[in-house]
Design a protein around this ligand. Structure first.
Ligand SMILES: NC(=O)c1ccc[n+]([C@@H]2O[C@H](COP(=O)([O-])OP(=O)(O)OC[C@H]3O[C@@H](n4cnc5c(N)ncnc54)[C@H](OP(=O)(O)O)[C@@H]3O)[C@@H](O)[C@H]2O)c1
Length: 321
């Protein structure tokens, strides 16, 4: 039987990629905020009741890290309470749940990659609300996968890549933080990896070249032994400064009329000549960020038999649009 899949957050960076790939696994009902507002618990229950999925993929989240400092209650409703209700409803109908979380559940005091078992200690409202969402899902006792990812970007949406391109079209000099370490991860890689976890027999889930071919996977049964929390980030590590420099190097080769690139730059040439490294202290933000939030992907690799590409390779591939 073809599994029924409910996807939330279909317009987000990760959600929009999943909306393209998940049809390979089953019959997908993809909902954006307009169709399902996760701040409304009644609507969440109703949507799950109506669709009766065997797999729920929750790609929706409150991701405005700085704004969350002032709107923690709203961030909590979407990042903590909604996943709790989704998990509760999943339990009632025997559905499995895939959910995404963040490197910002850690405080960043380590200097070697964080494993899933390292103690969490979020230092921002966003991190606290995401951790509470994870905990609610784990407590529900359902087959679940929580994928902790980091520094997510795409050629659409709101992210560091597009911000750097906008600034580089406006200014000759950029000042970028060089003392925070992480692993920029492309949303397409996250969606491809998620799909590949469920379809290990499909070797090329990302190319989009094959017709959608729903698989006969029973998500709850499949996840029974694998349920848990997994880091899922690009391999390697970098700083925001090095990431910005690399973006600008790579983008200097791109045709200016590439649609996403033209949109990011407002169709203007890149005029930035210098990317100056600065410290976190030089760039105060409402939310504190971990200084070091590189995650170890060892558990993911050992369990699922593959790793995500290195951040540098992911960037090259993402820029192709
Ligand atoms: N972005 C990052 O750097 C990052 C880093 C680590 C982990 N993550 C995690 O990765 C997952 C995917 O993030 P992303 O980068 O794809 O985020 P994103 O681009 O901000 O997408 C999140 C989506 O959630 C939707 N949403 C927000 N509030 C909602 C509500 N009340 N009801 C329904 N939908 C709502 C947004 O809708 P609108 O389009 O209407 O705003 C948006 O489409 C999230 O769990 C996030 O916490 C992200």
């Amino acid at each position: 039987m073809t599994p029924r899949i409910l996807l939330t957050g279909k317009n987000g960076q990760v959600g929009s990629e999943l909306a393209q790939l998940l049809p390979r696994l089953g019959e997908v009902t993809a909902l954006g905020r307009k169709e399902l507002d996760l701040s409304n618990i009644h609507d969440i229950r109703q949507a799950i009741h109506e669709v009766r999925p065997s797999l729920i993929v929750n790609a929706a989240a409150y991701t405005a890290v700085d704004r969350a400092e002032k709107e923690e209650a709203l961030a909590r409703a979407i990042n903590s309470d909604a996943p709790a209700v989704i998990a509760e409803e999943a339990k009632k109908i025997g559905a499995a749940l895939v959910h995404y979380s963040t490197d910002y559940v850690f405080d960043g005091t380590k200097r070697t990659p964080y494993s899933e078992d390292d103690p969490t200690n979020p230092i921002s409202a966003y991190g606290r609300t995401k951790l509470a969402g994870e905990e609610a899902i784990r407590a529900a006792g359902i087959p679940h996968l929580i994928f902790r990812t980091a520094w997510v970007y795409a050629t659409s949406g709101k992210n560091f890549l597009l911000t750097i391109l906008r600034l580089a079209a406006e200014r000759e000099e950029l000042r970028i933080v060089s003392d925070q370490f992480g692993a920029p991860t492309s949303s397409r890689e996250i969606a491809q990896a998620t799909t590949r976890v469920f379809a290990p027999r499909i070797s090329d889930v990302g190319a989009g070249l094959r017709p959608a071919r729903p698989q006969n996977v029973d998500p709850a049964g499949f996840l029974a032994d694998l349920a848990g929390t997994y880091n899922m980030t690009a391999s390697g590590e970098t700083t925001w400064h090095e990431f910005a420099t690399t973006i600008l190097e790579d983008c200097s080769q791109l045709p200016r009329d590439l649609p996403w690139f033209a949109a990011a730059t407002g169709n203007r040439p890149l005029i930035a000549k210098r990317v100056i490294p600065i410290t976190t202290a030089d760039y105060p933000t409402p939310a504190r960020r971990p200084v070091y939030s590189v995650l170890s992907n060892t558990r993911f690799a050992a369990t699922f038999g593959f790793t995500l590409l290195a951040w540098r390779t992911q960037l090259t591939s993402a820029l192709k649009g």
